[in-house]
Write a protein that binds this ligand. Sequence first.
Ligand SMILES: Nc1ncnc2c1ncn2[C@@H]1O[C@H](COP(=O)(O)OP(=O)(O)OP(=O)(O)O)[C@@H](O)[C@H]1O
Ligand SMILES: [Mg+2]
Length: 144
Amino acid sequence: MKKKLYRTSSPEETKAVAAALAARTRPGSVYALHGDLGAGKTVFASGFAHALGITEPVSSPTFTIVQEYPFEKGIFFHLDLYRIDSPDAALAFGIDEFLYAADGVALIEWPERIQGLFPPHTVYVDIRRGETEEERVITVEQPD
Ligand SMILES: Nc1ncnc2c1ncn2[C@@H]1O[C@H](COP(=O)(O)OP(=O)(O)OP(=O)(O)O)[C@@H](O)[C@H]1O
Ligand SMILES: [Mg+2]
């Protein structure tokens, strides 16, 4: 397991961290994005999508659960599981289709809702508030 830590002081810097990860993404990649309300998960997703070449604005998919954005190498799935209350509900919703899509890249907000369902190659990202309004501490754990 490789673990990296970043400190950012603006939404733009958080997007840059996401962009660096996106540059190394492959079809089938899965990202579990942990963090409290307002931590910056959607900001991170937006920077990630932009780096994949997606020009559509990325907003919170809370009410739709998943938004799909086609890009050059496949489909980017942005999921927000805030309103899903159990792994069973996620399975009924069809979560497997997104976690195990061969040509998909999935980024999941509120991954704690489906603990235990993630594939072994999942990259875990955690965003926390720092000491000032715009500081964030981001950890990225990647399997070897
Ligand atoms: N360093 C930073 N990185 C990311 N966002 C920041 C930073 N500093 C301030 N912000 C602000 O924090 C907010 C993060 O909102 P965002 O919607 O990304 O949170 P979220 O984690 O997706 O929340 P939710 O759980 O409600 O979906 C934005 O208003 C953004 O401008
Ligand atoms: Mg969000």
